[in-house]
Design a protein around this ligand. Structure first.
Ligand code: IMP
Ligand code: MG
Length: 178
């Protein structure tokens, strides 16, 4: 049996994602023409989107990564956020753009935005590949969104189910979450 047994149809193709990365990269370039921009990728889900995005920003940017986890079952976030890897770069005075895979409950993001704001950046924005507005519990929105998706459990293009399926070069969903 194929290891893709739990995965549904392709929802968003690699070509569509690359096109969105070009559009958003251009938008970020225009919006931050005079700024000192740092992209902060949230491991591990944001890796593919981060590499697409950064190739399309025509500014003198820097990058860093953070890793965090929220306790809970594998498909629902609990609300308690733990930082597993902190920043290595100083963000004071910089225009921070958090790069996320998906905004679901928004709990992780709300926590991260407040945490980073405490380090005196010029601004903190969010660029997420996906937005799942139906899942929202915390009052937080993205500034740059690739695609809005239904309330299904998404996998592929960095997003995992139990650490699997991150390598898929497209966005799909767990067929059990239909
Ligand atoms: P939050 O619920 O917005 O705090 O989401 C926290 C993290 O849970 C995201 O950054 C993802 O890594 C993960 N997550 C949320 N929804 C999904 C999904 O549909 N598929 C895979 N991971 C998800
Ligand atoms: Mg995850």
């Amino acid at each position: 049996m194929s290891y893709l047994g739990d995965v549904g149809e392709v929802m968003i193709t690699e070509q569509e994602i690359k096109k969105r990365a070009r559009e958003i990269g251009q938008q970020i370039t225009e919006d931050h023409i005079d700024d000192d921009v740092i992209l902060i990728g949230i491991l591990r889900g944001a890796i593919m989107w981060m590499t697409d995005l950064m190739r399309n920003i025509d500014l003198d940017i820097t990058i860093d990564f953070m890793a965090c986890s929220s306790y809970g079952s594998s498909t629902k976030s609990s609300g308690v956020v733990k930082i597993n890897k902190d920043l290595e770069e100083d963000i004071e005075g910089k225009s921070v753009i958090i790069v996320e895979d998906i905004i679901d409950s928004g709990v992780t993001l709300k926590y991260l935005k407040e945490y980073l704001a405490g380090r005196k950046p010029k601004s903190v924005q969010v660029c997420a590949l996906l937005d799942k507005p139906e899942g929202r519990r915390a009052k937080v929105e993205g500034d740059y969104i690739g695609f809005t998706v239904d309330d299904r459990f998404i996998v592929g293009y960095g997003l995992d189910y139990d650490q699997r399926y991150r390598q898929l070069p497209y966005i799909s969903y767990l067929s059990a979450s239909e």
